[in-house]
Design a protein around this ligand. Structure first.
Ligand code: ZN
Length: 131
């Protein structure tokens, strides 16, 4: 029996070319990913994705980031239990930001607060316009 080995069968999976071609990556090859709770609209956190992190996020049902501090892939919740289950992923108009809508289990922030913006705190901006 002759086994036909193609380049495709041995190559590592790649991000869909049509998606990859639309990404506008920064100098480090990353795109910002805003993570939002799908039903309440809470903005939970901001992370960074390279092509492989996005591929995993689009195919595995769990959110994977690229950790700039640790220089490694980081699937949210693997160590903390605070898993993000993917509901949808959208790309913005010019391809430099992703909106990842999730079901967040527990705290999104590593400090233990629900969102990273609770942990960081309000900066007391002057309020503009009619209130
Ligand atoms: Zn945080």
């Amino acid at each position: 029996m002759i086994r036909r080995v193609t380049e495709h069968s041995t190559a590592a999976p790649r991000l869909d070319a049509a998606v990859a071609s639309r990404l506008k990556r920064d100098d480090a090859g990353l795109v910002a990913a805003i993570v939002q709770q799908h039903d309440t609209g809470e903005v939970l956190m901001l992370g960074w994705m390279d092509d492989e992190a996005l591929r995993r996020t689009l195919t595995e049902g769990r959110v994977t980031f690229w950790s700039r501090s640790r220089q490694e892939y980081w699937r949210k919740g693997d160590t903390s239990g605070h898993v993000q289950h993917v509901r949808s992923v959208a790309l913005d108009c010019d391809g430099d930001a992703l909106l990842v809508r999730v079901e967040q289990v527990g705290a999104a922030c590593h400090t233990g607060t629900r969102t990273c913006f609770e942990a960081g705190g309000d900066l007391r901006a002057a309020v503009g316009g009619a209130v």
